[in-house]
Design a protein around this ligand. Structure first.
Ligand code: PLP
Length: 396
């Protein structure tokens, strides 16, 4: 087959769409006012920031005054968790509940808080990467300040029972935050209907630029500032607004939520074809639940190979993929997500994540399915681990 270029790593980041780019350009050239300025150029920028806020709010079923722009998903997570912890610690609530397989933006934040004297319960996930909401109910205590559970996992794409978790938190009067960085634009979200108190999202996963995010904070919850300074974002998040990026996020999220089910109808069969095709190889397994997963995500462990070598060979064939989360690739530690669903270290090391969008065509899928078996065969033929496996010998 003729070599192609295929971007199958949309969970790591996405390209800025033409529509988003077009909407952003004037804010670099002619409409560059500071939203805090009193003259028209500034007032216009302020108006456009507010229009973008309304779009973000509408996309997730919130009110505009519940949306705060941040610099990224990580900042949103940090702010939601540290802010709630700081506020509720004063009322003697120093216990936080999260899961073992959150993104590091959450896990490193809770680890930091542990060092500050907070107690954190890490809820396990089952072998399919799903949380049992009853585990959360059982973990909630009198002094629980916050439950933070991701909407969809960035590596294995599993979608968590968010409605049930939110219901339990409401019953127990505990604030519920969800990191929805991977879910927004792929699953229908309505924070008010679902009873979500705080939600993090990020622009660069939905065709806006990198370095823009938002935090939804339900009316009535008061978060202390993470960033102090000027009076931007209703005095809650200082720093001159990144107007082009905010406008871009507004356009991107509006587009992303427009045709969620139609997009899923295109992507899911292609994703399933990839799963079935790759699973034909011996000694492979699908990581994460087959159905309760993001439409474009597949994560498969391929025994007897190193994920990094696989990625390099796929790259040589024009395919961009990932083996762990983007933030941890480059590290040799096996992914904490794959270990959390019970994979052995050596199996976790040989994992492949493809995250496709509607731009990955049927022909691209056929190309990927042509390349992967050849590459795997080549890598296995050079692998001492594979040789031992085939001889039935023990290997580490
Ligand atoms: N949360 C999840 C689930 C993610 O996948 C990511 C990025 O990969 C983040 C948070 C961090 O988002 P950002 O890159 O905007 O800081």
């Amino acid at each position: 087959m003729e070599k192609r270029f295929i971007y199958a790593d949309n969970a790591a980041t996405t390209c800025v769409s033409d529509k988003v780019l077009k909407a952003m350009i004037p804010y670099f050239t002619t409409a560059y006012g500071n939203p805090s300025s009193i003259y028209k150029l500034g007032r216009d920028a302020q108006r456009d920031v507010e229009a973008a806020r309304a779009k973000v709010a509408k996309a997730i079923g919130a009110d505009p005054n519940e949306i705060f722009f941040t610099s990224c998903g990580s900042e949103s997570d940090n702010w939601a968790i540290k802010g709630t912890a700081e506020r509720l610690a004063k009322k003697g609530k120093k216990h936080i509940i999260t899961s073992v397989f959150e993104h590091h933006a959450v896990l490193h934040t809770t680890q930091y808080l542990e060092k500050q004297g907070f107690e954190v319960t890490y809820i396990p996930v089952d072998e399919k990467g799903l949380i049992n909401p009853e585990d959360i109910r059982n973990a909630i205590r009198e002094d629980t300040a916050l439950v933070s559970i991701m909407y969809a996992n960035n590596e294995i794409g599993t979608i968590q029972p968010i409605d049930e978790i939110a219901k339990i938190c409401k019953e127990k009067k505990v604030i519920f935050h969800t990191d929805a960085v991977q879910a927004v634009g792929h699953v229908e979200i309505n924070v008010h209907e679902q009873g979500i108190d705080m939600l993090s999202l990020s622009g660069h996963k939905i065709h806006a630029q990198k370095g823009i995010g938002a935090l939804y904070v339900r009316k009535g919850i008061v978060l202390p500032n993470l960033i102090h300074g000027g009076g931007q974002e209703r005095n809650k998040r200082a720093g001159t607004e990144n107007v082009p990026a905010i406008v871009g996020l507004g356009v991107a999220i509006e587009e992303a939520v427009k045709n969620i089910s139609e997009k899923a109808e295109i992507i899911t069969p292609r994703r399933n074809k990839l799963i079935d095709g790759i699973l034909k190889l011996p000694y492979t397994r699908l990581n994460g639940d087959r159905d309760k997963r993001l439409p474009g995500n597949l994560n498969i462990s391929i025994e007897g190979i190193e994920g990094e070598s696989l990625l390099l060979m796929l790259d040589m064939n024009g395919i961009c993929a990932s083996s762990g989360s983007a933030c941890t690739s480059g590290s040799l530690d096996p992914s904490h997500v794959l270990l959390s669903i019970g994979l052995k270290h050596e199996v976790a090391h040989g994992s492949l994540r493809l995250s496709i969008d509607e731009n990955v065509s049927d022909e691209d899928v056929d190309y990927i399915l042509d390349v992967i078996p050849k590459v795997v065969e080549r890598l296995r033929s050079m692998s001492p681990v594979w040789e031992k496996m085939m001889k039935g010998e023990k290997y580490e």
